[in-house]
Design a protein around this ligand. Structure first.
Ligand SMILES: [Zn+2]
Length: 352
């Protein structure tokens, strides 16, 4: 299993499934830390049943700080996207292929609004529940068997959700197989046309299928163009050759970086920058490029990115020898340890 990072694509993937989504302010930064690899979806009911149930899911309750799930599903079928980071929802339990008593770092929690003691589940809410689970599982490449009820997982006597999971999963399996929207042949061509000033001639025929079987790409003399139906709302994105060398080092779209999510930025005379699903690549001309991501990336961003006091990254993240991670920048180092604290040390005046 490799690190896949937070599901920053949640809102886009749900919308691509035709679902109604409310993105709560700050959801991309909300959570108890970064996800490791994503292995499935856990279904819950809120045991409240009213329009304010989401407040507890987002803010927590005495003794248990929020977020308590990534998603809340309202009774009218609307999804509230609460958090992209880890949430406290699973508790102790087990499921084949998931780490025992440790699902919160690997599983997306959905809280369906229902009182759990006899309130009906509206058809529109159940339809959205199944389609949302299918969309997430298809996105992370996991089968319907990784759609698990809290009551199935829990060794603590949880009883939610109060509907039958077997028939629910059968329908989720059918929805996963129905597949994503068909690729539009012209998206890569359209992006290549936008990039015609620099991308050069096409060197691969037509559109090639990416390793996930869903995305497409094409190579050009001076870069490549990637497309995935759930990324950038289905627009293709060009990556220049200078950044492609670094992207290749991290396994292209099947590595933790995933697909490009923005067109690249040129810092004239200095280097190139481009955002991907799992991090952002920075490469100065004449130097190796490196990704910045996760908790360290958030701290670096807060310091002003490459224009802040730390400057450009000059290493990848590495094991700091005490159970945490560190990353070197031109003017210093950021460290992360499991307490979640990021410290800046060794600020140097020499420019490396
Ligand atoms: Zn639950």
């Amino acid at each position: 299993m490799t690190w896949t990072g937070d599901p920053i694509w949640l809102a886009d993937v749900l919308r691509a499934e035709g679902l109604t989504v409310i993105e709560h302010a700050g959801w991309l930064g909300r959570g108890h830390g970064d996800f490791r690899d994503l292995r499935g979806v856990m279904c819950h009911h809120t045991a409240g049943g009213g329009p304010n149930d989401w407040r507890i899911v987002q803010n927590g309750r005495p003794g248990l700080p929020g977020p308590l799930a990534q998603l809340v599903l309202e009774r009218d079928g609307t999804y509230r996207v609460i958090a992209a980071g880890v949430a406290w929802h699973a508790g102790a339990g087990s499921h084949p292929g998931w780490p025992t008593d440790n699902a919160n770092w690997h599983v997306i929690g959905i809280e369906g609004v229902n009182d759990g003691v006899g309130q009906a589940w509206p058809a529109v809410q159940m339809d959205a529940y199944r389609r949302g689970c299918a969309a997430i599982l298809r996105r992370i490449g996991r089968p319907a068997s990784d759609c698990v009820g809290h009551k199935e997982w829990s060794s603590e006597g949880k009883i939610d959700p109060n509907f039958g999971m077997a028939s629910f999963r059968a329908e989720v399996a059918r929805l996963i197989a129905t597949g994503p929207p068909a690729p539009m042949e012209n998206e890569i061509d359209a992006e290549a046309a936008v990039a015609r000033a620099w991308i050069g001639t096409r060197t691969t025929p037509g559109e090639l299928v990416t390793a996930d079987g869903i995305g497409r790409y094409a190579r050009f003399a001076n870069g490549s163009v990637y497309w995935h139906p759930y990324v950038r709302n289905g627009d293709a994105t060009a990556v220049p050759a200078h950044l492609m060398e670094t992207y290749a080092r991290y396994g292209h779209e099947s590595g933790f970086l995933g697909y490009p999510t923005l067109r690249h930025t040129v810092v004239p005379g200095v280097g190139d920058i481009q955002a991907f699903e799992g991090g952002t690549l920075y490469r100065r001309y004449g130097q190796d490029g490196f990704p910045v991501r996760g908790v360290i990336g958030k701290r670096w961003a807060a310091e002003g990115y490459e224009t802040g006091p730390l400057g450009w990254p000059i290493s990848d993240e590495y094991d700091n020898g005490t159970g945490g991670l560190a990353q070197d920048f031109q003017n210093g180092r950021l460290q992360w340890d499991p307490s979640g604290v990021v410290k800046e040390i060794n600020r140097r005046s020499d420019d490396r």
